[in-house]
Design a protein around this ligand. Structure first.
Ligand SMILES: [Zn+2]
Length: 133
């Protein structure tokens, strides 16, 4: 099987505008706060607040993903972000929809366990050239 590991960069960044993603998240949080101000209903307020909390955790989670050296497993990420394993899974799924998250099977850079690991794909990868042709 041939997988498309060759990092062909035709002008498009794989990790699509991270800055834009964060800006958008901030805008959404601001907008949600406005909605809360307008909503009189307690359950709706609660729902909106939950959404805000989720977005803020997602932001922190993304920061952790960005700052980590090497791929991490779900458990390490959850631990770092102080969220449950289930929440971490949901966040990774959420992020995977908008950003290029690489999922691999290998050693976690944190706990060294061989498992499913996650990392944000950065623009300057592919430094390991296969010179043996
Ligand atoms: Zn780990």
């Amino acid at each position: 099987m041939r997988d498309d590991a060759s990092n062909h960069d035709n002008g498009r960044r794989p990790a699509l505008d991270l800055v834009e993603f964060l800006k958008r998240a901030d805008r959404e949080v601001g907008w949600l706060f406005k909605l809360i101000g307008r909503t009189g209903e307690a359950t709706e307020r609660r729902r909106l607040l939950d959404k805000i909390v989720w977005k803020l955790i997602l932001r922190r989670f993304l920061k952790i993903l960005l700052e980590q050296a090497g791929p991490r497993c779900e458990r390490c990420l959850a631990h770092q972000a102080r969220i449950t394993l289930m929440e971490a899974g949901a966040m990774l799924a959420d992020l995977g929809k908008v950003l290029a998250v690489s999922i691999q099977h290998g050693a976690c850079a944190g706990c060294k366990e061989i498992t499913r690991t996650f990392a944000l794909m950065n623009t300057h990868s592919g430094d390991t050239r296969d010179a043996a042709s």
